[in-house]
Design a protein around this ligand. Structure first.
Ligand code: KG4
Ligand code: ZN
Length: 353
């Protein structure tokens, strides 16, 4: 069985070809970062047009890399939501056309479910077996949530244990980075800059708490504090010793994001302590999962609790078609009539597409 995975929810066009055992035969990603960089963020209209230009050539290139023809594909998986509607429509329309034309099944996949299962993909060879239950921390540009995932026969049961009440972690990386003059996307730039610095106790980036003791995330307070601190340190202006001060600022800010993510992971894990089938694996996923500081923190979290930790290969952190095809392999019931699939900018996790 060969499955074609298509992802166009934001600013990466990606097409992948997977075997039924999750082996990745091809996973091509065409990033639009350079096109959006001058604007400091994703411009939806530019994104849709770029997807249109890339969609068919990238599909042909993925087939050629995998050494197969369209006639050997038995199923197509495409991101149906959530995401930018104009971008989603390009992938969905292409997938519908191919599936309908060739009379093969089409699965509309939730982008976040793609991220959730991505840590089980390997760069080479069959995927790592997905356990019957795991805890997943998904941190991307648009989402930050922890999920309790149960898999067995049929549709996976995915329960959202928390969400962000305001900004997503990746979004805050991008906005704070932009304020101090770093390029879009800000996350990797902050990480690079943080390498030259160390956490500075002058920055008071406390972990937020809610009155009702909810384990939800909230990053807008950190964003405001970080921008205020950067302004008072004049990090938004060039000047003497700015580089070193900026490095310490980035290290402190990055560490504060990790502190909150791991704090919530710990609280949710702790709340499961009386469950007989408490998860034995914890996974990290999404664009921010490429961050080495966060990877180290989650690894330590797992080691301290005797948990198996799965970190996605960096190729599978960024939005990619392989994770979309792999999510479809977890959920055979997602296959629909190609004519009935619709793209949706908002879409809840764990519900049929
Ligand atoms: O999952 P993704 O590619 O797109 C969404 O679904 O949103 O995530 C993109 C986000 C951006 O906010 C970007 O700054 C962040 O992931 N990111 C990082 C790193 N690499 C990407 N954040 C922190 N450290 C990184 N190394
Ligand atoms: Zn994503």
């Amino acid at each position: 069985m060969l499955i074609l995975g298509i992802e166009t929810s934001c600013d990466e066009t990606s097409v992948a070809i997977l075997d039924g055992d999750g082996s990745v035969r091809a996973n091509l990603i065409s990033s639009q970062i350079e096109r959006h960089r001058p604007y400091g963020g994703v411009v939806p209209e530019i994104a849709s047009r770029e997807h249109l230009e890339q969609m068919l050539p990238l599909t042909a290139a993925a087939l050629s890399k995998a050494g197969v023809g369209l006639d050997q594909i038995s199923m197509i998986a495409v991101t149906a939501g959530p995401g930018l509607i104009g971008s989603l429509l390009v992938g969905v329309a292409a997938a519908q056309g191919i599936a309908y034309g060739r009379g093969i099944g089409l699965a509309g996949i939730n982008h976040l479910e793609g991220h959730i299962f991505s840590p089980y993909l390997r760069k080479a060879g069959p995927a790592i077996p997905v356990p019957s239950r795991f805890l997943s921390l998904v941190v991307s540009g648009g989402h930050s949530s922890i999920y309790d995932v149960r898999c067995g026969s049929g549709q996976p049961q995915i329960v959202m244990k928390n969400r962000t009440r305001d900004d997503a972690a990746g979004e805050v990386f991008d906005k704070v980075a932009k304020f101090v003059g770093l390029q879009y996307p800000g996350g990797p730039e902050v990480e690079k800059c943080a390498r030259g610095g160390s956490v500075d106790s002058r920055y008071d980036f406390a972990i937020p708490r809610f009155k009702d003791d909810s384990p939800d995330f909230s990053f807008s307070g950190l964003k405001a504090n970080a921008i205020r601190a950067a302004r008072s340190q004049e990090l938004d202006k060039s000047g003497d010793s700015r580089d070193l001060r900026l490095a310490d600022f980035c290290a402190s800010f990055q560490s504060a994001i990790c502190d909150q993510l791991v704090d919530r992971l710990d609280r949710i894990w702790d709340s499961m302590k009386h469950e007989a089938d408490r998860p034995a694996e914890v996974v990290l996923a999404g664009g921010v999962a490429a961050n080495t500081a966060l990877r180290n923190r989650v690894t330590t979290f797992g080691q301290e609790r005797d948990l198996i930790v799965r970190l996605p290969d960096r190729e599978f952190c960024t939005d990619n078609g392989a994770m979309i095809a792999f999510a479809a392999l977890q959920n055979a019931s997602m296959v629909t009539d190609p004519r009935r699939l619709t793209a949706r900018s908002r879409m809840a996790v764990g519900l049929p597409g």
